[in-house]
Design a protein around this ligand. Structure first.
Ligand code: COA
Ligand code: MG
Length: 293
């Protein structure tokens, strides 16, 4: 799950483009990119498109439903679960409890559609409310459906009344850096993927590349996109380099050859268990990206 491309669920033309964009995940949106009066129409368009095309794309299909406070979530699930999405993105999640509530709803829809219990995954956006940011620690062990956590700045701005999320140099201000940090820590605590938020300036590729690089450095394993042109940039940034794979593989091999000790020395440098764990994580990501290790 390196690249996750959003596509408005009411646009047949964009759905076609998104399914061929080479993203690891396509997130078909029923929430903020759909006007309130178009929700029902979007459900129909999205459900039909996914049903007809989900086997023709390599991307895993997720659906972003409307949040649990809207009263729309049940209708979203009733319309979309029959289309066979791999997962549901839950916006404006307030805590792990929201994931459990969604999980209970999914259990019913899975039963109604002859799907195994737990088949559908959940990816919550955990920083879109103030309470959500403060509850980032509550996602550990909530549900086996939880595949990752991600964050968003736009709704948090609205929730706290911040006029901007970034300063004059384009750097996130403290509240938003905190939300971003909490997302990385929440993912670590829950042992799920940490997915970085969108970058809205879809023509500014140098800034986008820099943000991807920074995200990967800090522990995110993927990033959301809003435009097909952002997908290859994300895939490159979040695919471990050949050099990193080689280094990690040799480190794992060195631990093995030494009988799995606590610490080894390679080329005059000390490596202990955290280094081994990092190397194993990197190799797992490389494998998931289709690289032989
Ligand atoms: N998925 C699929 N196709 C997309 C796309 C997306 N997210 N974003 C753009 N495209 C398509 C356009 O329709 C256009 O297709 P065309 O060449 O057949 O006309 C092509 O890619 C080039 O698009 P471009 O002209 O560069 O951008 P735009 O002005 O048409 O679209 C946005 C800009 C922001 C409206 C569009 O990128 C978009 O809808 N993004 C997703 C928004 C979203 O889902 N938000 C919710 C999550 S934050
Ligand atoms: Mg939003």
């Amino acid at each position: 799950m390196r690249s996750l491309l959003f596509v408005p669920g009411d646009s047949q033309k964009k759905l076609e483009k998104a399914f061929g964009a080479g993203a690891d995940v396509v997130i078909v949106d029923l929430e903020d990119s759909i006007a309130p009066q178009n929700k029902a129409l979007a459900r129909g368009t999205a459900a039909r498109f996914i049903t007809e095309h989900r086997h023709q794309t390599k991307s895993a299909i997720y659906v972003r439903v409307n949040d649990l406070s809207t009263g729309l979530t049940d209708d979203d699930l009733a319309a979309l679960v029959p289309a066979g999405p791999v997962g549901i993105m839950l916006p404006k999640s307030n805590s792990g409890q929201d994931v459990q509530n969604l999980s209970a709803k999914l259990r019913v829809h899975e039963a109604e559609n002859g799907l195994p219990d737990g088949a559908i995954k959940i990816l919550p956006i955990i920083t879109e409310t103030a309470a959500g940011v403060l509850a980032a620690a509550t996602y550990a062990n909530v549900s086996a459906r939880l595949v990752g956590v991600t964050w968003g700045a736009e709704d948090l701005s609205a929730a706290i009344g911040a006029r901007a999320a970034r300063d004059e140099n384009g750097r996130y201000t403290d509240v938003f850096r905190f939300a971003r940090t909490m997302t990385i820590l929440a993912a670590g605590a829950a042992e799920v993927a940490a997915i970085d938020t969108i970058f809205p300036h879809f023509r500014d590729m140098p800034a986008f590349e820099a943000e991807c690089t920074e995200a990967e450095r800090d522990g995110f394993t993927g990033k959301m996109a809003i435009h097909p042109a952002q997908v290859p940039v994300i895939n490159t940034a979040f695919t471990p380099s050949a050099e990193a794979v080689k280094h990690s593989a040799s480190l794992v091999a060195a631990f093995e050859a030494a009988g799995n000790p606590g610490v080894v020395g390679i080329d005059g440098k000390m490596y202990d268990r955290p280094h081994l764990r990092l190397a194993e994580r990197l190799l797992a990501r490389a494998k998931a990206a289709g690289i032989s290790t």
